[in-house]
Design a protein around this ligand. Structure first.
Ligand code: ATP
Length: 255
């Protein structure tokens, strides 16, 4: 839950790639301590927006402040207080998880307890496994561990559960909630609405470079219901995913 203090402010943000307007003047705020989700279909502009906040991409116009720092002027200060996932290609496949954590903590100039870090994401057993030997879910968990090395105030996660099975997804949700419980702010992108509903305190819905709705998931649903919307099919007390999880269990496994 947030404490009412703005930690990210985005004002009239625009991004053009040549003639193409990928982000068309969006405004939003992220509050300290919340899990904020940018939702939307493929190509809506979520990753572009996220990478501008991360100082990894230049904007065309508008203003973005991260913890009071301007993305145009204070990139170094911002990098020190944010955690960003590397693309999978950024991990040397032949190094073990311990070796990779040594490498990254060296880059950040941070002394970390590597086994404790792996424990936080349920990968202690894999400490001496090579990165290429991990499953999809394990790779995602490891990449989340790497975002925590510099003890960031804000963690950015771009589609953290894409391609994972239901157990692995729920385990990652627990992990993201645990990160929030440590007092960090989390910004995620997703196109899974169940993920946003379960995880996010507030969401911004993006489409074609615009934010078309912004609120808590509960409020957005209540607003739709208030307009008279009803689901066509009677809602059962469980769905097929619940059946799958009850058959196969929820514990961390070799996902
Ligand atoms: P996805 O869910 O597919 O990742 P997204 O919402 O994250 O989508 P973006 O990756 O931000 O969307 O892309 C928004 C639009 O901008 C897309 O139409 C994309 O093709 C275009 N785009 C993104 N990066 C570039 C680039 N470097 N050069 C040109 N066009 C780009």
């Amino acid at each position: 839950m947030n404490n009412g203090k703005k930690i990210i402010e985005v004002k009239n943000l625009k991004k053009q790639y040549g003639d193409f307007h990928a982000v068309k003047g969006i405004d939003f705020e992220v509050y300290e301590g919340e899990i904020f989700g940018l939702l939307g279909p493929n190509g809506a502009g979520k990753t572009t927006t996220l990478e501008i906040m991360e100082t990894l991409r230049d904007k065309t116009s508008g203003a973005v402040l991260v913890n009071g720092f301007d993305v145009d002027k204070h990139q170094q200060e911002i990098k020190q207080i944010i955690g960003v996932q590397l693309q999978a290609a950024g991990y040397y496949p032949g190094l073990t998880l311990l070796e990779l954590l040594s490498l990254f903590s060296g880059l950040y100039n941070r002394d970390i307890d590597k086994m404790e870090m792996l424990g936080r994401v349920g990968l202690q057993d894999k400490a001496r496994a090579k990165h290429k030997e991990l499953s999809g879910g394990q790779k995602q968990r490891f990449s989340i561990a790497t975002t925590l090395i510099n003890d960031p105030k804000i963690v950015f996660l771009d589609e953290p559960t894409t391609g994972l099975d239901p157990q692995a997804r729920r385990n990652l949700w627990d992990l993201i909630r645990a990160i929030q419980a440590q007092g960090k702010t989390v910004v995620i992108t997703t196109h899974y609405m169940d993920e946003a509903e379960n995880l996010c305190d507030r969401v911004g819905v993006m489409e074609s470079g615009k934010i078309i709705a912004m609120d808590t998931p509960d409020k957005l649903i209540d607003n739709l219901v208030a307009k008279g919307f009803e689901r066509k099919k009677e809602v059962k007390k469980a769905n097929l995913e619940d059946v799958f999880l009850s058959l196969t269990g929820k514990e961390w496994r070799d996902d």
